[in-house]
Design a protein around this ligand. Structure first.
Ligand code: 4AZ
Length: 434
């Protein structure tokens, strides 16, 4: 994003090195040390802490958004994906019995005393879960002298919320705005491990809990047939690039599918689109929250007219000659440019193909830039945000008469669908990695 004002960089509070924390509002307990989460098997980035005077006592200190003895409960989760077997939120219908209730332990097949209770999401609570592959989360309810599985009605299926942000909060700076991630909850940050350090590579957009759509040129290496998946990481819910955000979710990459006809041979990037499948170390996809949501894909025949105002977002450079990426997520408004003007007035019809859509700021002050690549250009349609373009290329950044060029997503809906479906079928036949 071209932003002409210096940013105030908010430093995340460093947790390591602290020797005491407030465990509850009333006591300040001295902690001997915080150790690797492995020791108390804390999940979701929880830290294992040992008390100063009771070194046998250990507990997990959970990041915001998680609770439970092992930080296994997701306090932000507002809906379930698929059949809800990965749902770890806090919804419970009236009448839901606790999974640790003696009668549930005695009569139910699923309860807190099972060996794999933690993996199944069962604990000292009565939240809805789906430990046995039913069609949606359920809980036991009492029925005369027995108990029975009852589907939960308070918790809804995710997926009807695409393209809806939870909150819109901006503070305006020249050329663009610092954006809270709630306003762009579909934004993904793709990192690449280079010689032991994770370096920011590209943006992306969450189009499904398990899939991020990005630009093929992010992974393009003419010397390699396939990129090495293990060097990439994807973050969702991240407002600040170089700090851990309490709402962020981190993923490994288990599939990268670049468009087979991607080429930069023409001087632009044609077919600049790639699908990235994400999963956590424990095999889960993204969990919807106010900070993490999918963006809608447009309908095949959606053609938005020139001058439609759309939004771009990214962690990219603020000037084309900047060395550092923006610390914070930025967003800006750009107007769509007609195909004719883009080919005839601004570029040419060799570089600009019908697989692309151009957009620019009327004053040429805001634009996508290096590092924003792969990220979203979203446009409102029927009250929802549609992913209309993918940041792809341009001549410089915010140069007069040189608009940003974006992959035209409506041209790739069949490609996206068939590739996502092909992998689902394929990956079902492999065991889940640890
Ligand atoms: C890049 O290098 C890049 N102004 C992305 C977008 C634009 C220019 C360059 C558009 O990734």
């Amino acid at each position: 994003m071209k932003l002409l004002i210096l940013l105030t960089i908010t430093l995340g509070t460093l947790v390591t090195g602290l020797d005491s924390v407030y465990i509850r509002p009333y006591y300040k307990i001295s902690l001997k040390h915080r150790s690797q989460h492995r020791e108390c098997h804390c999940l979701n980035g929880g830290t294992c802490v040992t008390y100063q005077f009771f070194s046998q006592m250990k507990r997990c200190l959970c990041p915001e958004g998680y609770s439970g003895l092992r930080c296994e409960i997701d306090t932000d989760s507002i809906c379930y994906s698929g059949n809800g077997e990965n749902y770890r939120g806090m919804a419970a219908d009236p009448g839901c019995l606790y999974w640790d209730l003696p009668s549930v332990i005695r009569r139910g097949d699923y309860h807190v005393d099972l060996k794999n209770a933690l993996q199944l999401g069962l604990g000292k609570h009565n939240y809805c879960r789906n430990p046995n592959g039913r069609s949606r989360p359920w809980c036991y309810t009492k029925r005369e002298y027995s108990i029975r599985e009852t589907p939960c009605s308070t918790i809804k299926k995710c997926g009807h919320t695409c393209g809806q942000r939870s909150f819109s909060k901006y503070f305006k700076i020249v050329g663009g705005s610092q954006a809270e991630v709630e306003t762009q909850p579909w934004i993904a940050g793709i990192f690449q491990n280079i010689q032991g350090t994770d370096q920011f590579l590209c943006g992306g957009s969450l189009i499904d809990p398990c899939w991020v759509l990005t630009a093929a040129h992010c992974f393009y290496d003419p010397t390699k047939k396939q990129p090495n998946k293990s060097v990439y990481k994807v973050f969702l819910g991240k407002s600040i690039l170089n700090a851990t955000d309490k709402h962020e979710q981190e993923f490994m990459v288990d599939e990268i599918i670049s468009h087979p006809d991607f080429t930069d041979y023409t001087g632009g990037n044609d077919n600049d689109i790639a699908l990235v499948r994400i999963r956590t170390a424990s095999g889960q996809c993204a969990v919807e929250s106010n900070y993490v949501r999918t963006v809608c894909l447009p309908e095949k025949n959606l053609i938005l007219y020139e001058n439609t105002r759309c939004e771009i977002a990214g962690y990219g450079k603020q000037k084309s000659y900047d060395i550092y990426y923006a610390q914070r997520l930025m967003s800006a408004t750009v107007n769509l440019i007609s195909q004719k003007d883009c080919k005839d007035k601004y570029y040419d019809s060799i570089r600009v193909t019908d697989n692309m859509v151009c957009a620019g700021d009327p004053a040429w002050e805001a634009d996508a830039c290096k590092g924003d690549s792969g990220g979203p250009m979203v446009c409102e349609h029927n009250g929802r945000m549609m992913l209309y373009g993918i940041v792809s290329w341009g001549d410089g950044c915010a140069k007069e008469n040189k608009p940003g060029v974006y992959t035209r997503v409506t041209r790739y809906l069949n490609w996206i669908d068939s590739n996502m479906n092909a992998v689902v079928t394929k990956s079902r036949s492999f065991p889940e990695p640890k």
